[in-house]
Design a protein around this ligand. Sequence first.
Ligand code: FE
Length: 211
Amino acid sequence: MSGHDHHHDHDHEHDNHYTPIQARVKALESLMVEKGYVDPAALDAIIDTYETKIGPRNGARVVAKAWSDPAYAERLKADGTAAVAELGYGGRGGEHIVAVFNTPEEHNLIVCTLCSCYPWPVLGLPPVWYKSPPYRAKAVIDPRGTLADFGVTLPEGQRIRVWDSTAETRFIVIPMRPEGTEGWTEDELASIVSRDSMIGVGLPGAASAEA
Ligand code: FE
């Protein structure tokens, strides 16, 4: 399999408040429930799994372990998929995870320019803005301006490297461990790893953008 997993569910405005893909999903869901193919409670459980159990807390644990355990960080650099599997994370959307490490010289930013590919097993469902055409375009054209939109200013000398996700390869940013966290436990460290810092539009310790 090659190329990009296209799901062009945007780019035009409609009068109703559902996007075309949302409307199709709603229609399919209603039909399947009506025909008795699916139990709405089971669907809710699946959605809840992605929203609460498989969420950015998984990624935060990966980052905290990488900060605490240099050998783990090396394994994560060498094979992201295998290293996140060590913590029990994997599956759909995580078949090939690449961890990109921020350094004083280089900051990493992830985007999916064509649609909304995202490392589900470690970050959960993508925020709405990640799927929006403005973010997808601007992240590539003007990454520094994109970071400014999120209130992040990097040192002048720090390059920004943009990683374009695909259906096959999905990225997670490993931010730099903040100063002043020496001696913290992995739980304490994980608590300051925001979702946005693992997308590259935020830094550890700061709250994530809405939705
Ligand atoms: Fe995509």
